[in-house]
Design a protein around this ligand. Structure first.
Ligand code: ADP
Length: 363
């Protein structure tokens, strides 16, 4: 059977374990030899016990766990060719020529580069007698299937990334808890939520919690936002509301590209309205905890689809990323999606917000 390895890389997210589980079981079901690579690219470079054969029961009792049980890491060695050469040797030694990478755009970029370099890496291993000619011939093609694990939902090509739904559950639970205490004391709460340059978590959290105001990166507010914010808060209070909720995305900015922080917003509210105002920064709580049913199913479906993609790959097949399109798991060209994702970041940096939203597409 074919040799497949699965690893998680970059930031962790809930639902990654469901994806790992599906890759292992689908792979075994189809007669493959499946390996875990622990600690992301670091484990691939270091080899040894980091690369371990999986069996059916080694992925039992992980679907409900948050994070990733096989570990994740940022790895500088893999950014340089000598590191990738070591990684290639470790894979060839175990007969692994198929990789399932679960990570963000950085991790997927690394995988694609590895695939492009694969033949020259094998040539170098052969010329330095680290592998033999038979291995060079037998393992000459490397196939890649990616999945995006991130709570930020910031990747182009997929409607949802693995982990976003769980993070939303956590955020909503926190806001609901805040609302009850805010109500009692007639307070104003400012909640900072994650998402890096993407406002998805902030927008959906605001919509589903009846927040009064939201600041997100893709739609910087008009320059007179302090006035507009205060008007809105006062209007709600005079209509009988006992509390106010304001959501601030961690990447929120104004029209000059300057950050709009929770602290800044608080200052505006306190200076102008003298409301009792508190800040809650949810932080890594949003990334932890057990995955929602949606993320478990998403991980399962994407993991299975990734293995199918690898089984059907020919030497000409480009690296793919498994994405959610509506309710369908689909395969898209990996590098096109990564490049579009990077173009969004560039458009944001250039203050071309409409362009960024257009590039990002549906979600
Ligand atoms: P994410 O995958 O969440 O975007 P990073 O950008 O930190 O996270 O990437 C995770 C890891 O992927 C890095 O630590 C590095 O090992 C590898 N990686 C990222 N970009 C590249 C690249 N251009 N070339 C090689 N490896 C890369």
């Amino acid at each position: 059977g074919k040799g497949i390895a699965v690893f998680t890389s970059g930031g962790d997210s809930p639902g990654m374990n469901a994806a790992v589980r599906a890759v292992v079981r689908m792979g075994i079901y189809l007669g493959c030899k499946v390996f875990f690579i622990k600690e992301g690219y670091q484990g691939m470079v270091d080899g040894g016990a980091n690369i371990e054969e999986a069996n059916w029961s080694s992925v039992s009792s992980i679907i409900h766990k948050g994070g990733t049980v096989i570990g994740s890491a940022r790895c500088t060695d893999f950014r340089d060719r000598p590191g990738r050469l070591k990684a290639a040797k470790n894979l060839v030694e175990r007969g692994i020529t198929n990789l399932v990478v679960i990570g963000g755009d950085g991790s997927l970029t690394g995988a694609n580069l590895f695939r492009q370099e694969w033949k020259s890496l094998l040539d170098e291993l052969l010329s330095t007698k680290q592998i033999n000619a038979e291995q060079r011939e037998k393992y000459k093609h490397l196939h890649i299937a990616g999945m995006v694990g991130s709570i930020d939902n910031d990747f182009c090509g997929t409607d949802m990334t693995i982990g976003t739904d769980s993070a939303l559950h956590r955020i909503i639970e926190a806001i609901d808890a805040i609302v009850s205490t805010a109500y009692s004391h007639q307070r104003t709460f400012i909640m900072e939520v994650m998402g890096r340059h993407c406002g998805y978590l902030a927008i959906v959290a605001a919509l589903t919690s009846e927040a009064d105001y939201v600041f997100c990166p893709e739609n910087p507010p008009p320059v007179d936002w302090p006035q507009k914010l205060c008007d809105k808060l006062e209007q709600e209070r005079s209509a009988g509301q006992r509390l106010n909720i304001i959501i601030v995305a961690e990447g929120a900015i104004d029209r000059d590209g300057e950050p709009i922080t929770a602290e800044k917003v608080k200052q505006v509210v306190v200076d102008n309205l003298k409301q009792d105002t508190r800040i809650t920064v949810l932080g890594h709580v949003q990334r932890g905890g057990s995955p929602s049913a949606f993320d478990r199913v998403l991980g399962c479906r994407m993991g299975a689809e990734a293995v199918m993609a690898l089984m059907e790959a020919t030497p000409e097949t480009e690296a793919c990323v498994v994405s959610l399109d509506g309710n369908q798991a689909v395969r898209l060209p990996l590098m096109e999606c990564v490049e579009r994702t990077k173009a969004v970041a560039q458009a944001m940096a250039d203050k071309q917000w409409e362009k960024a939203v257009q590039l990002r597409g549906r979600s």
